[in-house]
Write a protein that binds this ligand. Structure first.
Ligand SMILES: *Cc1c(COP(=O)(O)O)cnc(C)c1O
Length: 332
């Protein structure tokens, strides 16, 4: 394998050691497939989750540019926004969040608990916005104000999903290859939830660059998700070019499904809630109502439908989102 030089991409350290890989004994027996979970939900900073791997690179770049402020965008209960705010604050930046009220839930906990509460605890500045367009307008205004005061804002896109953020899960792919040797398992599949695309994109470029190619499947957390797949391919290829690779991915290289994603982003279906309860009771692992319950449900269906064959070894990357449980109590 060619050596990839990542030195040009400085990191802020947010992750001390590889996240644990756990074998799910009870569920594996039930499904007839060996199911393992990579516990990125337990990464130590800021309540954990996948965004930390991207933020190591994104905040590293912000530091290199001598930024003073970090801006990002998300839904009211965005895990990405919460982790960005915490990781930025810890590293001496002022964080400002531009949060969209885009999920039609009126229940009070959605607006007060979960990620909203964690944001409040760290006193991060929040700008309520209508949609992405409005968010970028407000960001442009705030940037202008801050620049006039001699400050330097740095904008992180939705979900941390650009080429630089993608490198975080390329790293994770190689971490998984090392862990395979330690636990003496060869995985047949890696599965993850996909929303803004860079978790899937990063794992997929890891696969493409590696002599031990484990296919990676992204399970969409919303329907009508062609745009997510398009964005995933675009940032994967941008990331490959950025690290000096000439062979790019094609759409057919990305395994993707939106089949069990429910009616909309942020709205779980009864089957997703059943999956949360099932995994909690049988394995003591909690999934979240927005991302991981949808992806894990889709993985189970792929196993039941034979898309993933009996006897296979599957690694599910648990991308976090646990605060979301406390914002959705009416579903339980
Ligand atoms: C953001 C998020 C995802 C999706 O990851 P992307 O890289 O945006 O596709 C999955 N799970 C959780 C819990 C998340 O917060």
């Amino acid at each position: 394998m060619r050596k990839i030089n990542l030195k040009q991409f400085p990191k802020v350290k947010l992750i001390e050691r590889p996240s644990q890989i756990q074998y799910l004994k009870n569920i594996s027996k039930h499904l007839g497939v060996e199911v393992y979970v990579k516990r990125d939900d337990l990464l130590a900073v800021g309540y954990g989750g996948n965004k930390l791997r991207k933020l190591e690179y994104l905040l590293g770049e912000a530091k290199k540019q001598e930024a003073t402020h970090i801006f990002t965008i998300g839904a009211v209960q965005s895990n990405h926004a919460r982790m960005t705010a915490i990781a930025a604050t810890m590293n001496g930046f002022e964080a400002e969040l531009f949060l969209k009220n885009s999920v039609p839930i009126r229940q009070s906990e959605y607006h007060t608990n979960g990620n909203v509460l964690l944001n409040k605890i760290i006193d991060v500045t929040i700008h309520p916005v209508e949609n992405n367009e409005h968010a970028y307008e407000r960001i442009a205004e705030r940037e202008k104000e801050l620049l006039a005061q001699g400050e330097r804002p740095y904008v992180i896109p939705v979900g941390g999903s650009n080429a630089l953020g993608t490198l975080g899960y390329m790293d994770a792919y190689f971490e998984i290859l090392n862990q395979q040797n330690e636990v003496n398992v060869k995985f047949d599949w890696i599965a993850t939830a996909t929303g803004s695309g860079s978790t899937h994109a990063g794992l997929a470029i890891g696969q493409a660059l590696s002599p031990e190619a484990i296919p990676v499947k992204g399970y969409s957390v919303e329907p009508n998700a062609q745009y997510i797949l398009d964005h995933t391919l675009a940032i994967a290829n941008e990331a490959l070019k950025m690290i000096g690779e000439e062979t790019l991915l094609k759409a057919k290289d990305l395994y993707f499904s939106e089949e069990y994603s429910g009616e909309a982003y942020g709205i779980p279906s009864p089957i997703h809630i059943d999956t949360i309860k099932w995994l909690a009771k049988y394995e003591g692992i909690f999934l979240d109502p927005v991302y991981t319950s949808k992806a894990f449900t889709a993985l189970i269906m792929d196993i039941k439908n034979g898309v993933i064959k009996a006897g296979s070894k599957v690694l599910y990357v648990h991308t976090g989102g646990l605060p979301g449980i406390f914002a959705y109590p009416q579903y339980f």
